[in-house]
Ligand binder design. Sequence first.
Ligand code: ADP
Ligand code: MG
Length: 452
Amino acid sequence: MSCDPVWAEGCRLAEQRLTPSEYKAWIDCLTPRVIRSDVAVIDVPTNPMKEWIADRYSALLEQCLSQASGRAMAVRFAVPDPGNGTEPIPGEPPPSSADTPLDGLRLQLVAEQGSIDPRFRFDNFVVGACNQFAHAAAFAVGNRHVRGYNPFFIYGNVGLGKTHLLNAVGNFVLSRKPTARVRYVTSEAFTNELIGAIRSDRHEEFRAMYRSVDLLLIDDIQLIAKLERTQEEFFYTFNSLYQAQRQIVVTSDRFPKDIPELDDRLRSRFEWGLIADMQAPDLETRVAILTRKSESESLALPDEATLFLATHIRSNIRELEGSLNRVCAYASLTTQPITIELIRKVLRETLRDPDTPITLDDIQKTVAKAFDVRVSDLRSNRKLRTLTVPRQVAMYLCRRLTSSSFPHIGDQFGKDHSTVIHAVRRIERQLEDDADFRARIERIVSELEEAR
Ligand code: ADP
Ligand code: MG
């Protein structure tokens, strides 16, 4: 039946009159069941979809099919019976949609806007190379500068700022238009609300409420995969809002294609709009986030401590903030200043991450301790042999254990790069010739590696 020439031609005509995404969403999924000279019976996948399509597209399809067949044709829609596909051919127009927003619901909706977290805004979101694109797109969506960013799909690993950005869109829209109907919900809350609504026989209210929003923000959409009923409901909500040109923003911990058991219809809809990913923050962004946070909370965080935290906690902004909070809480309860030693003590477990890099600072301290000298001696110009050897060892280890350049290492010792190159060569030679010296240096290396 799908290759019926009248149907094929009718679809071709409809395609010319709709946008590609509209055609793909609503007409492409139809299958003709019966095409007679005066009537076409068309299968629609589900009941709610039938209502939607009948409401909006029956006139268009009647015109296109009439033009294709050269005779006046009526269109009827049917939903195949999953059992035997023998649902009687419908003659009745579909029941009217229950999507009209109710005043009571509006009130409820406004009250629930509290679920947007007012702490997460654009003005306290630090932008770096890792999140620049997602931020710019979110901002454009919030400004309604753009069409075609619908849905806007943000994905990235945990703790990289997806929830922050999602709320920022909502807060921004509300700040400009406080009466906007903005709904932020996690996909778990969406599921629970749906279950509650079905149980208490308020399913229609649930639908009407969701379908009346101006901006729908759904967090962690990957969690609705596997939940068939929730996905179906979300699918209709999505379609309804999309069709009414209301903005939808979702976040996920992975790309739509990589969410297992996600309904293919949802997957393809997520790919219609704009997809932006968020990457792990680079060092500069991590420093900026810590600085911003310590300033906004008036925390006494010395630069050295900021850099230490930013260097050691790399993959996740939530963890970075959590570590900062723990360190500050400990320092304030014990009335101690925040030093690197204190951070090491408080974050012992966190810093044991094998990926955590060794810093030049760590090397200077460990070498100073091993040779029983002071860090300031390593950085000084004093030429005593008891100081030049540890100084050269420290420079050699900085080169071997970090990715720092010669000039950068030189800076840490108040020397130029040629001094560092010379030191590294000297120590390499001595390591070749002197087994005891080699053993001593390897002990320092192990100590540094264990302390990470
Ligand atoms: P996700 O939803 O991706 O798991 P969140 O949005 O919950 O991550 O972010 C975790 C924490 O890190 C939040 O407190 C958030 O405010 C903060 N955060 C994330 N990215 C940024 C950023 N770019 N600037 C400032 N704070 C950020
Ligand atoms: Mg989140």
